[in-house]
Design a protein around this ligand. Sequence first.
Ligand code: ADP
Ligand code: MG
Length: 964
Amino acid sequence: MTVTPLRPTNRGTSVHALLADGTTVLIRPAGPRDLDALRTLFAGLSPESARMRFFASGSGPGQAAAQRLSRPDPDRIALLAIACRGMDDEAGGSEAAGESEAAGEEIIGEAEAWRLNNSDTAEVGFTVAEGRRGRGVGTLLLEHLADAARAQGIRRFVAETLSDNVAMKRVIASAGLKHATGYEHSGTVFHDIDLDEDDAYLDVLADREFRASAASLEPLFRPRSIAVIGAGRQIGGVGRAILDHLIESGFDSNTESSPSASPTANTGSDSPSPSSSPNTSTKANQDSHSKAEPTPAPTHHLYAVNPAADAIAGVPCARSIAALPRPVDLAVLALPADALVGAAIACGRHGVRALVVVTSAVPAATSAALKAVSRRYGMRLVGPNCLGVAAFGDGGAFDAAFDATFAAHAPRAGAVGIAVQSGGVGIAVLERLAALGMGASSFVSLGDKADVSGNDLLAWWAADAGTRMVLLHLESFGNPRKFARYARRVARTKPVLIVEAGRSEAGSRAAASHTAAAVTPAVTRRALFRQAGVIATRSTGELVETAALLDAQPLPAGRRVAVVSNAGGVGVLAADACVEAGLTVAEFGDGLRQRLQALLGPGAAVANPVDAGAGAGADALREAVAAVCASGEVDAVLVLPVPTALADLRSTLADGPLPGPVPLALVRVDQGIGLDFLTTGAGERIPVYAGAPGAARALGHAADYAEWLRGPRGRTPRLPGIRSDDAARIVSRYLDAHPDGGWLPPDRAADLLACYGIACARLVLARNEHTAVAAAGVWDGPVVLKAYWPELVHKSDVDGVLLGLSGEADVRAGWRLLTRRFGDRLAGVVVQETANKGVELLVGVDSDPVFGPLVGFGVGGTDTELIGGHRFALTPLTDLDADRLLAEPRAARLLAGYRGRPGADAGAVREVLARLARLAAEQPCVAEAEINPLIATPEGAVAADFRIRVEPRAAHDPYLRRLR
Ligand code: ADP
Ligand code: MG
């Protein structure tokens, strides 16, 4: 193998990441300035710990290690985990946190990997500081060390541990990487760790990430104390409104004199009412922050901070954040924008663990500073520019419902996790849900998303027992690469519904490639959401209509739907709406038809849709509905009764249990009020829609989701022979010369594709006639000449492609033709060997603000826009995703051999799809790539024309556990 020296890359720069318990740490490479802190780390180890790390006692090895780690060394990666200041708030409280400022950084762990004899193997060692163990520091360091090492071409770690080093063995075993434990010899064990990221490893990583993200949001959703910074003494103002809402929601259990000591009726939470706690004195609860305490009465503390008051609305008020009498989990900042950063720092020093910033019109620089302060003190941050947060607990000992929003109506308690980008949409969704008697398990208005994004919340809701369904309204996700993975995970256990904001059908991006141009349409986006198991809706109305069905009714087992009405033509219209929503209006069997005829009389139309006729009584109608539901011939039933029959149907349905195992929805024919529920005597709810299209769409979404749940999951294929590190080098070399990014020259693009094992027709980028002729002479057969300059997109459109040039004379003539035609614009000429004739296809990747990299596939060639019909899939691309792409009808027909023309090797095309998807997933700086044509023959597939655009982006493994 070729050996590259270990050198600093973008990987290994400072990143923040979450430990298993949700606290934030900084991970960064060690350097000379760390010598003293490293000495302190090693000097602080117990003799036992020192023996585990160095196989020897005494302070000598530790001091030598401090020297070694802090010295730059091309053959060594040394990473440190640094405590963020909020880390010790449980133990230290406000004073300690504030004082440590002067003491410099505290290293809580180190990990090193050193390359063995120019090989692709490195030996590794770790230390976690005394008193910092059991929080996953070692595991997190191993993940980051593996990531940095992979980027340097290292494929294996080996480690030697003492056989009684249980902690280290556990870190290695639980990392999720394939590993083997070698022979035990004079008290030591050898570990051999394969750094390959397979599906199993990525699953373990995602589990850890979900758990850490969820834990980090604990202080936001289950705070034991809340302070409102900037609450006014007078009614009015956002801060005061939030304080009042917090009081109304019953969170103020520490204020005996509180004017409103009972929670509002509509919180309806089954959690113990905090204000009914017998023990509400502040002084009596000195240690409410100690989780270990058996069962003190759950007590929550609410404070205001205002320099001019001692109490506001009966809530104790501190003059400053530092003067707050105890640590605070959650601080709501309702301050002018220029006061925010100072307040956030004060909060950090005081041990606050989560911030909600409701201030609007916050400049981007202030937002960035707020995020930096939050990282430094290990706080999570919601906002700025948001409506606030509300949560209703899950009945645990420290639970309390709270409403820290300034929405006019308090959110209702329920089982829906809601995150909205804009406050207005949040209010609309909450009010529509409230009208149905549905409510939130937690509600977050994300605002500008300086830190907490939809992805974090997905992790929280995945684990939250009180959440049965997730509703999202979003413009973009914090880390789009994560969204598809996160959503796919959560959707396995609870429905995830989304209404996308700010999406126009046309899309506003300047389209520099076919892939980018084709990717925007809403149809494509819906297909992508479906691939991730996410239910994508077009309006808040559709969102709530679908949520109502999913909340109240079982999922359909298929797409067959029955339409039953006693109102004439409406049934036919409803049947059309069902077909439009992707359902099938199933034909009934003879038995069912006879039974319906018997129930409804000879005048009724008993095919599907069923028209019972105006004369059918409610009882007959009910029995007909029951017969259809129980028939086994349909997967869902839509009933449209005329108003009188609806009234009767309400009372007849109210008696019983639901008539059958399939989802049932009613549609009000009189266009009266909006969506509501009909509740049966058994407490079951049947959604009643204001119109058939809404009901049909909801059933269609439910059918899509159910189908996704039933479907197999697919696996990401193993792809041998990928050289990620060489590829990263090609990209970074280009970015060194072009810091703003751009299109790689064709020869570099070919090299990059080659790193991922994608075969390209060989080419030379010639800058003069002599080189062109020489290059053409090397290959047998005719060559292709192509004009080149960086901005040139469609070469054929400007007659810039000359095919079938044989021999020196042809090549010279071609060269001259192109130079004459394009003059000074020409930066060079691509001389390329001619690929065998075959099926011309397009394979591309493009980054999407919501989904991250997408893979596109379809028929290729020079008039792709005319051909159309391309399909897109999310990355990572599983084998099943690739199948779905390959099934695109036009391309599939060509691949199978169309009109006597020979087909092609679909397996080779699938391999290119998988490899290009891997390239996009592993190389975050690759913003866009397109192969058109990929020429597929029975023997294989060759890329004849390709373009790759790179952008300067933080280069990190998309799977690596880190905060943005
Ligand atoms: P552009 O897409 O910019 O117009 P291409 O490089 O794709 O230019 O060339 C246009 C067409 O010429 C291709 O669709 C393909 O049919 C043919 N072609 C291009 N390069 C080769 C090649 N190396 N071997 C065979 N055919 C080629
Ligand atoms: Mg082309």
